[in-house]
Design a protein. Sequence first.
Length: 263
Amino acid sequence: MEEFVPDLIPHLPKSGGDGMEVLLTSDLKRELLTSLYSAYDETATHYVRACRAGCHDCCTRNVLCTTLEADLMVHYLETANRPDLIERVMDTLHERMHRPSITLNELAAYCLRRQEPPEPETVLPTAACPLLEDGICPVYDVRPFACRCLWSEEPCAVHGEARMNPTLVSLNGVFEQMIEHMDAGGLYGNLLDLLSLPAFRESKDAYGSSHPLQPTSHLLETKPNPGFLVPPLHRPTVIAALNRLRDREICGLSFREVLRQIR
Ligand code: SF4
Ligand code: SF4
């Protein structure tokens, strides 16, 4: 695969010209993410999908995401007055779960340099996501992108895994890299570790307001996008989706303009 960087990721000097990341307010970050989710759903809805309410084999403890996505979920749970769900998540933290050693943008950077990335974990635990209630996701509207983009053409029970359209797989990778890029000053790791972060529990809007979050042994610093890896055959679909995203309006600014302020 060749490097492919569409116009949406700006190459202009970063805001302020000093190379420093700009941390947006929590509200603006949530608007940005919600807009990206809507843009993704509008594209993905044209693909065949067997996923149905109550089908939950894919709901495991191995979901990886960013603080940006976890923040939206925590905000939703606060509004819905469901602190019990966060407590349920915290009760599972001692159990084994998939924790990444590199982020998606770091993985893309390895590939673009034609270097071997670190070996990923091959045997993953399969226990169910502790958020599930009677087989239904109680945070479905704000579920992280890794859950949102599982768009299987046949029920996973048939083959033991999701069967995804290859073009959609490329699009998913691009959108996941975008989300990590957008979460400047944030962290990447297992959803359950992120949901139980003290930054969310102790101070309502601490995330995204002033200081970057501190990485830990299993929560990694998010990285800027080094370029996308998209096969030529999939590029028209990816470019069309990114162009639609670029022009979306967020708080009076275009998505592209807000993105330019981030890194
Ligand atoms: S990804 Fe698979 S298990 Fe999950 S909802 Fe879709 S078909 Fe069901
Ligand atoms: S967050 Fe929701 S969709 Fe994602 S794994 Fe958990 S229950 Fe399933």
